[in-house]
Ligand binder design. Structure first.
Ligand code: UDP
Ligand code: MG
Length: 320
């Protein structure tokens, strides 16, 4: 940024089957940008292997609108991969990440920009203060997830934090310097540090289309989050191991004393079976925890790319 040149904000928008939302998104964000004359906008739509007409919509918008760029994946790689591709492609002095479904109100952008430029924060992030329009069971489990992760991991993940945020180029470069394959953005944003201002907003229902996550996917995603940011579950399983050794020693002492005092009538096989099953269960549980880390290391060791690009907007293809 020098002299009178406008600052540039890149907006990264991951899209998976969002053909209806994309044009609505563009018109809302254009309205917001009109109120920010000192800012140039760059929109990067990342088509995450959509099976609907999302890519065609992007192509035609990019043709008519010089601010619009797009990247299209060869298949669905997941939102985390789409975010990474968008951040890597971004050229702005500031970069925002926003969902295509308008659940992240573009109208907050000027306020977020002020937070960085006037108040000196490196990042302005958003929190949802309510979870309206979400099934209660999903809210319940998300709350538990935030409690649990924050208790067992050193990286704090704010309850209700969304991926909607505006960051400085410096912070984006820091995030891009983390080369891991298993990416859990909420954790990465927090791990890189930098000062973050939180602003709150009311959850808005999706503008069109439907959510891409079912309960099971969210559950697995939350496990990824825990495994990616904490090795404490391994320590917890070692603790269980030691606890059970201790119980076994105390049990042995108890049995010997009882034998000396009362003799040895054969009884109690039912409780023995319960104990064997219980201990066996704990062993499998701990082996499972270990397995999670081994599996993640295996995926990291393969060093595969996080995403594969099939098509890019014209100017990007020339640069590439
Ligand atoms: N998304 C994506 N790839 C996926 C799933 C979702 O790029 O595999 C995008 C989706 O198009 C949307 C954003 O991620 O822009 C958030 O997804 P969604 O609205 O379905 O999630 P929710 O808001 O219900 O948590
Ligand atoms: Mg959504």
């Amino acid at each position: 940024m020098s002299g009178t040149k406008n600052a540039k904000i890149s907006i990264v928008v991951p899209c998976y089957n969002e053909e209806e939302s994309i044009p609505l998104f563009l018109s809302r964000i254009t309205t917001v940008a009109a109120d920010m004359p000192s800012v140039d906008l760059e929109l990067i739509f990342v088509d995450d292997g959509s099976t609907d007409r999302s890519l065609e919509v992007m192509r035609s918008l990019a043709k008519d609108n010089p601010q619009v760029r797009y990247i299209s994946f060869s298949r669905n790689f997941g939102k985390e991969a789409a975010l990474l591709a968008g951040l890597e492609a971004s050229t702005g002095d500031f970069v925002a990440v926003m969902d295509a479904d308008l659940q992240h109100p573009p109208e907050l952008l000027p306020q977020m920009y002020m937070g960085i430029v006037d108040e000196g924060f490196d990042c302005v992030a958003t929190r949802r203060v309510n979870r309206k329009g979400e099934p209660p069971i999903r809210s319940f489990f998300s709350k538990r997830f935030y409690r649990l992760t924050n208790r067992i991991s050193q990286t704090e993940i704010v309850d209700g934090a969304t991926d909607y945020r505006l960051m400085t180029r410096q912070m984006v470069d820091a995030i891009l310097s983390l080369k891991e394959y298993n990416r859990f953005s909420k954790g990465l944003f927090s791990w890189v540090g930098f000062s973050t201002k939180w602003i709150e907003f009311q959850n808005a229902p999706r503008i069109a289309g439907s959510t891409k996550w079912n309960f099971w996917q969210l559950f697995l995603y939350s496990l990824d989050g825990i495994v990616a940011f904490s090795v404490r579950p391994l320590a917890i399983s070692s603790f269980f191991g030691m606890l059970f050794c201790l119980i076994a020693i105390l049990g042995a002492v108890f049995i010997v004393v009882r034998w000396l005092v009362l003799g040895d009538p054969v009884q109690g096989w039912a409780s023995t079976v319960c104990i064997i099953l219980f201990v066996g269960g704990i062993q499998l549980f701990c082996a499972g925890i270990l397995g999670q880390y081994v599996a993640k290391s295996y995926l990291e060791a393969k060093g595969r790319p996080v995403y594969i690009v099939k098509e890019k907007s014209a100017e990007d293809s020339q640069n590439a």
